[in-house]
Ligand binder design. Structure first.
Ligand code: HPA
Length: 285
C-alpha cells in the first residue's frame, strides 16, 4: 500500500468515526501538543475525541505526559484538529510512524500546523517557564523523514526550507504576546534524537552552533509539513536549563510540571492568534 493510500485510509476512518464535516467543518489548523501541554485541549468546544489506537497506522504513545488522542472541534469558533501526544524517534519508532499523524492532518485539509514542545534552554538568558517561538531549527536527529522514495503528490523532492517556520506566524505570535502583556522569547530549536538529555559539552556545542533551545521532537513534523506546503508555527516551552547550565540533574517529571504551568500562557497566545492564522496561508509552491 502506498503512503497516499494509507493517509486516505486514516482520513476516511477519522471522518467516519467523527462525522466531523457535518458537525464542525473542515479543520484548517492543526495543533500538536507536546509534553505537559495537553491542557490546551480543554479549550476545544464541540470536541470529538478519537484514541490513536482507533486510527489506522497510528501507534499508541507510551510516554507520560503524551495522551495519544486526536481531537476535532473548535477553538474560538475556528475548526481545529489537535494531536494530543506524538510519536518520537527515541521510542524506537521509524520516521514514517513519527510523521504519519502530520501527513494525516494534511489529508484532513489543514493549511497551518502549530507545533508545541518542551525544550531545554541552551541560551543562558532563558528561564524555565519561558515560551520561545521557533524561528528556525537545526536538524541534529541524524535522519530525515523525506529520505526514500519520492511521491510527487506530496510535494517537491527537494523542499525549500528558507522559511521553515512562517515569518508571518511569528509576527502574529509577537503581537499577540504584546497585547496580552506576556513575555515571549524567540530562537533556534535544535532537534536531537534523545532519549538521553545532553551532556554539558554537547550543550556548549549547540550554543556554538547557534541553538537557543534543545529538544527531541518537532523537526520531523516541520520537514514533512514544509514538503506538503503547510505553513508551520512552533512554540517551545522552556522547561529547564539544559545540562551544564543548570546545576541539578534533569528529569522528565520537572519537564511536565513546568510545561503544565506555562501551558496557560501558551494557550492565551495561541487562541489569541488563531483567527489570524486561520485566514493566512502559505503562498502556493
Ligand atoms: N534536552 C532535550 N530535550 C528536552 C529538554 C532538554 O534539556 N527539556 C525538555 N526536553
Amino acid at each position: 500500500m502506498t503512503l497516499i493510500q494509507k493517509i486516505h485510509k486514516a482520513v476516511e476512518k477519522i471522518k467516519k468515526q467523527t462525522s466531523y464535516e457535518l458537525k464542525i467543518g473542515e479543520p484548517k489548523i492543526g495543533l500538536v501538543l507536546g509534553s505537559g501541554l495537553g491542557p490546551i485541549a480543554e479549550q476545544v468546544t464541540d470536541a470529538i475525541t478519537l484514541e490513536y489506537t482507533k486510527i489506522p497506522y497510528f501507534c499508541a504513545t507510551q510516554i507520560t505526559g503524551h495522551a495519544g488522542q486526536l481531537i476535532l472541534g473548535k477553538i474560538r469558533g475556528i475548526p481545529v484538529v489537535l494531536l494530543k501526544g506524538r510519536f518520537h524517534l527515541y521510542e524506537g519508532h521509524s520516521m514514517e510512524t513519527v510523521v504519519f499523524p502530520t501527513q494525516t492532518l494534511w489529508g484532513l485539509g489543514i493549511h497551518t500546523l502549530i507545533l508545541t514542545n518542551a525544550a531545554g534552554a541552551v541560551n543562558t538568558r532563558f528561564r524555565p517557564g519561558d515560551l520561545m517561538m521557533i524561528e528556525d531549527h537545526l536538524n541534529l536527529m541524524g535522519d530525515n523523514p523525506l529520505r526514500g522514495a519520492h511521491l510527487a503528490e506530496m510535494g517537491p523532492r527537494f523542499p525549500d526550507l528558507s522559511e521553515a517556520y512562517s515569518k508571518t506566524c511569528l509576527e502574529f505570535f509577537r503581537s499577540a504576546a504584546q497585547k496580552l502583556n506576556l513575555s515571549l522569547q524567540q530562537g533556534v530549536y535544535a532537534g536531537l534524537l534523545g532519549p538521553t538529555y545532553e551532556t554539558p559539552a554537547e550543550v556548549r556545542m549547540l550554543r556554538t552552533l547557534g541553538a537557543d533551545a534543545v529538544g527531541m521532537s518537532t523537526v520531523p513534523e516541520t520537514l514533512v509539513a514544509n514538503q506538503l506546503g503547510i505553513q508551520v508555527a512552533g512554540i517551545s516551552c522552556i522547561t529547564n536549563l539544559a545540562a551544564g547550565v543548570s546545576s541539578h540533574p534533569l528529569n522528565h517529571q520537572d519537564v511536565i510540571e513546568v510545561s503544565k504551568i506555562a501551558s496557560h500562557r501558551m494557550i492565551q497566545i495561541i487562541t489569541h492568534t488563531l483567527p489570524q492564522l486561520a485566514s493566512h496561508r502559505k503562498e502556493s509552491i
